[in-house]
Design a binder for this molecule. Structure first.
Ligand code: ADP
Length: 502
């Protein structure tokens, strides 16, 4: 496997290109018109244009991606996460074109993609699932009957679900019919499949997932857990490893369940078994058949490079470790840095990144996909990059993350950096008291503090200077007029990398 086409963009494309380079593999990037100057397109050995900015005309165009693969002589395709990563027809098309798909087979993706099928499979394999049905419900009458026998509250979920769509809670019998119909309608329009099943709604669970790694010789190991309970509308914001909730015995049992789950579908490559955990019990939620955003926290506590091993497994190598040889050291935390304003309900923010200063020092890692000068639009996911830290203890990792967030300076679009700083200082987080309701339980974390007059004046001055600079950029260049550097240094001075004024 001498060359890999990376069918993705942003931080994950950069991450995969780096792993390819370390293994001596030629990296082939693809990009949309919005990404012609993006870091992933610049960093790869080659970069090929796919089409216009909308992902439906670029990163989701299977025909164009396969065409680039053929013309560039790619031996394999890495899908990253999102976009085409969990689409079985894409995995099949890649294989049929005679290329290696860096991920599981189309059959495995199909099997785990349908939630009722996955639940049946897991139940047969002896992995505990969230109580509920393993068959779609035939109608609202059946939903009512099943809910009555299970007890409220219940969760109605789309069998074809993903991204939190087609999911409705019903707290009591009055709500069940309406919830069933709403979930079915949403599922039909999002996935073209309105099948709905029912699960017991857990009231204060944690989201804890286990990283697994399999090879094509029948070996499967797990690499421990990640705690991903801090979520906003089912989207993860902060992840850490290990979970502050697990004792060694539960960790061992969850790890074994995850390996059983992966073996049940002959899993090869990197995958994640997601569980809900409540009061010491854990339940299979779903399997993600790809690399995950939060994989670095696992890498930092195990010393195993997951993307490197995806590539090695794809070229037929054997995993070199037995389960006992995988050990965990220290604590890692990841904060997802998105172009969203946490104080405005995480409203997406757009604009040009005018200034970017990244943290460094011991135990700090930045997996990013942006540079200064780049335009952040609305075409893609708002993830700009991930700030990840490691320290010997959880307390040490929290302090290190606070320090690193304080060094992070990005001017031009809003980010959620201040939100993360507040989480790192928040008492329940520091005590490890987490659940998927964390944000509801701590509304103060997404509420802007009152600004002082001097902060407001500073923000107003910065806005004026940025606007002046934007106008200067739009104006035709004046011959012999220097660089217009005064305003730039003014606003750079206005934004110390510390404090909240960014
Ligand atoms: P999707 O594939 O649409 O993301 P998941 O099944 O992975 O859906 O669930 C997403 C999130 O929804 C979970 O991380 C959890 O926060 C919540 N959730 C899912 N099932 C339950 C349940 N039975 N009880 C409580 N919360 C749940």
């Amino acid at each position: 496997m001498e060359s890999v086409l990376i069918a993705n963009r942003g931080e994950i494309a950069v991450r995969i290109i780096r792993a390819c380079r370390e293994l001596g593999i030629r990296s082939i990037a693809v990009y949309s018109d919005a990404d012609a100057d993006a870091p992933h397109a610049r960093l790869a050995d080659e970069a090929w244009r796919l089409g216009p900015a909308p992902s439906s005309e670029s990163y989701l165009r299977v025909d164009r991606i396969l065409d680039v693969a053929a013309r560039s002589g790619a031996a394999a395709i890495h899908p990253g996460y999102g976009f085409l990563a969990e689409r079985a027809p894409f995995a099949r098309a890649v294989t049929e074109a005679g290329l290696v798909f860096i991920g599981p087979s189309g059959t495995t993706i199909d099997e785990m993609g349908d939630k009722t099928r996955a639940r049946t499979r897991m139940q047969e394999a002896g992995v505990p699932i969230v109580p509920g049905t393993t068959e779609p419900l035939s109608d609202a009458d059946e939903a009512e009957e099943v809910a009555a026998s299970m007890g409220y509250p219940v969760l109605l979920k789309a069998a074809a679900g993903g991204g939190g769509k087609g999911m409705r809670v019903a707290e009591d019998p009055e709500k069940i019919r309406r919830s069933f119909e709403a979930a079915a309608r949403e599922a039909e329009s999002a996935f073209g499949d309105g099948s709905i099943y029912i699960e017991k709604y857990l009231t204060r669970p944690r989201h804890i997932e286990i990283q697994v790694l399999g090879d094509t010789h029948g070996n499967v190991v797990h690499l421990g857990e990640r705690e991903c309970s801090i979520q906003r509308r089912h989207q993860k914001l902060v992840e850490e490893a290990p979970s502050p909730a697990l004792d060694p015995e539960t960790r061992r049992r969850m790890g074994e369940a995850a390996v059983t789950a992966a073996r049940a579908v002959d899993y090869a490559g990197a995958g994640t078994i997601e569980f809900l955990w409540q009061d010491g019990d854990f339940y299979f939620l779903e399997m993600n058949t790809r690399i995950q955003v939060e994989h670095p926290v696992t890498e930092l506590i195990t010393g195993i490079d997951l993307v490197e091993w995806q590539l090695r497994v794809a070229r037929g190598e054997r995993l070199p470790w037995s389960q006992d040889e995988i050990t965990f050291e220290g604590h890692a935390i990841e904060c997802r840095i998105t172009s969203e304003n946490p104080d405005e309900g995480f409203l997406p923010s757009t604009g040009r990144i005018r200034h970017l200063e990244l943290p460094g020092g011991p135990g700090v890692r930045w997996d990013g996909g942006v540079t200064a000068g780049m335009e952040v639009g609305l075409h893609y996911d708002p993830l700009l990059g991930k700030l990840i830290v490691w320290a010997p203890t959880r307390e040490g990792a929290i302090e290190r993350m606070r320090r690193a967030l304080g060094e992070f300076a990005l001017v031009g679009v809003d980010t959620c950096v201040t939100f993360h700083s507040r989480v790192m200082a928040e008492e329940a987080f520091r005590a490890g008291d987490l659940s998927i309701r964390y944000l509801e339980e701590h509304p103060e974390l997404t509420r802007a503090p009152e600004r002082t007059d001097s902060e407001l004046r500073l923000a107003a001055a910065a806005a004026v200077l940025l606007e002046e600079e934007r106008r200067r950029e739009l104006a035709p260049p004046r011959i012999g007029s220097g660089s217009g550097g005064r305003a730039r240094s003014d606003w750079q001075r206005a934004f110390s990398p510390h404090g909240e004024a960014r």
